[in-house]
Write a protein that binds this ligand. Sequence first.
Ligand SMILES: [Fe+2]
Length: 322
Amino acid sequence: MTVKIHDTPDVQNFLKAVAGFDEQGGSHRAKQILHRLLSDVYRLMDDFDVSPEEFWSAVSLLNELGKESQFGLLAPGLGFDHYLDMRMDAADEQAGLTGGTPRTIEGPLYVAGAPVAEGEARLDDGSDEGAEVMWLTGQVRDTQGKPIPGAQVEIWHADSKGNYSFFDPSQSDYNLRRTILADAEGHYRARSIIPSGYGVPAGSPTDQVLKLLGRHGQRPAHIHFFVSAPGHRHLTTQINLAGDEYTWDDFAFATREELVVDATRIEDAAEAAKRGLEAPFTEVVFDVELASTADPELQTRHKRPRALEDEAAPSQREPAEA
Ligand SMILES: [Fe+2]
């Protein structure tokens, strides 16, 4: 049985009532958006002849996603994060703000307030036994190639099991998370460990949705960055390490050609000693170019809910009162 009732006056009036068009209060924008969204879903229900069983199983899936805080995980899987990037890229192009290292998705696992270091930092706490040492360096420059001294480079990544500190309570506070202020030549240096890629939890609601689409939920090994400096556009990006099975098949659609970086194994003891390390280790070099802008709004990361965003880190807090 197929019924098509969406365009009838009854349904159209019903949609207006549901969206609060007859009410004084509420938000005009919310009403407009909900009206459009509901109208599209109602039409979809007609077009695909959605049964009550299908509808209520979708409601149940949404409840499960919420219970496990997985909307932030499903969103990149359904391309929303990348679509927002595509829209921002297009807006930049329209405003003539081209050039610089490309942006890519932030993901849901940033934690604000990581310890700040000048020039160089060690990101790992040394507890990830057997993990390969990573020496991650780079230079922050403007689009003319001029170094940006003091640029703020915030780095976060997963451990060798693909887990992030804070979200994985077994790790120490801010493990694999640091803010490094670039030196006088714009260089930053980080000692850490090679992260592992990871997948959405097997059997989770996000996994269930991806399975319905015949897709996997795996990400390649990657490292997140926020890079900023006064007078320059804030950059949210991440690098994917070359050679990972999923480098070009990321379920979160974060891979961009310019952001695939070689991970070079170095076994020479003399080379290791130059960096204050022992061989073998893996070197990753990621130089960053920031576009300039006078607009202060573009110089900071856009607002969104983030872990500990509104709380200062212990290192940045005012001294406690005695
Ligand atoms: Fe990540």
